[in-house]
Write a protein that binds this ligand. Structure first.
Ligand code: ADP
Length: 251
């Protein structure tokens, strides 16, 4: 059911900062509904890659296509976000003074003023969607809780819920389990696996046991090094790749 089409197509992407090459010809493809993990040592270019995908950093050359025909290099950050790409940064940025549900309403409405304007006017469909999102992100019982009182992991889930409220086609997740307890990490893996097929996901992560859980035996893992793909394949294949071992353990 996956890979029926291409969600994300990246070809020969190059980015330099003051003569230093952060991306040196990065190419990879993510299928529609695929859950892709991206690993790589510090400085490999993971953040720069994510910044290029959201339009925050403009590559010097290369191509990025979203879906069958959207040329992301020609689009503004705002239009990229509107086209269905949601990014979650490492640090949660929920509205701490609002309840969990209000945060989701806000995400759906787009901005604070719009939220108050539409408050009583969420359609039945929208309410149903938010209820589904609450269940997906394990926050059904916290619906009316002030977001500031949630645990670190719950705040991360809420932020993922806020992205889901906008029904993105592609979710970009930057070290999503950093700082989580083991139990939260396990439930986050469950959460991502439940999104596979409905959304395409790109997860950049350092925690190898988490990546192992997500990738299982058949999903593709991409390992970056020096701004390029060093190895790509199943977790078992990537982990036993000699170049990967050298980059992680050697030198
Ligand atoms: P990763 O996220 O994999 O750790 P980054 O994409 O953050 O890697 O960084 C890749 C390389 O580019 C690093 O060597 C980093 O120092 C450099 N770099 C990233 N952003 C900038 C910037 N704005 N200015 C100069 N150098 C940068």
């Amino acid at each position: 059911i996956f890979n029926q089409g291409v969600a994300l197509y990246v070809e020969d992407l190059k980015v330099s900062f003051d003569g230093f090459q952060a991306l040196g010809g990065l190419s990879f493809t993510v299928g529609v509904g695929e859950l892709r993990c991206i690993i790589g040592p510090n400085g490999a270019g993971k953040t720069t890659m994510m910044d290029c995908l959201t339009g925050k950093t403009r590559p010097d050359s290369g191509r990025i296509y979203f879906g069958s025909n959207l040329d992301l290099r020609r689009m503004s950050e705002t239009n990229i976000a509107r086209s269905g790409i949601g990014r979650k940064f490492q640090k949660p940025t929920v509205f701490e003074a609002l309840t969990v549900y209000e945060n989701l309403e806000l995400a759906l409405a787009g901005d604070r003023r719009a939220r108050f304007a539409m408050r009583a006017r969420l359609s039945a469909d929208q309410r149903q969607r938010l209820d589904e999102v609450l269940a997906t992100v394990h926050l059904k019982d916290e619906r009316d809780r002030t977001a500031g009182l949630l645990s670190h992991g719950q705040k991360q889930w809420l932020e993922i819920g806020m992205l889901l409220a906008q029904d993105p086609k592609l979710l970009l997740l930057d070290e999503p389990v950093a700082g989580m307890t083991d139990e939260e990490t396990e439930r986050t893996a469950e959460l991502f696996l439940s999104l596979e097929g409905k959304h395409s996901l790109v997860v950049v992560e350092h925690d190898m046991s988490f990546v192992g859980t997500l990738a299982g035996q058949h999903r593709t893992v991409t390992c970056l090094h020096q701004g390029k793909v060093l190895a790509e394949g199943t977790m078992a294949a990537v982990q036993s790749d000699e170049q990967v071992i050298e980059v992680y353990l050697g030198r």
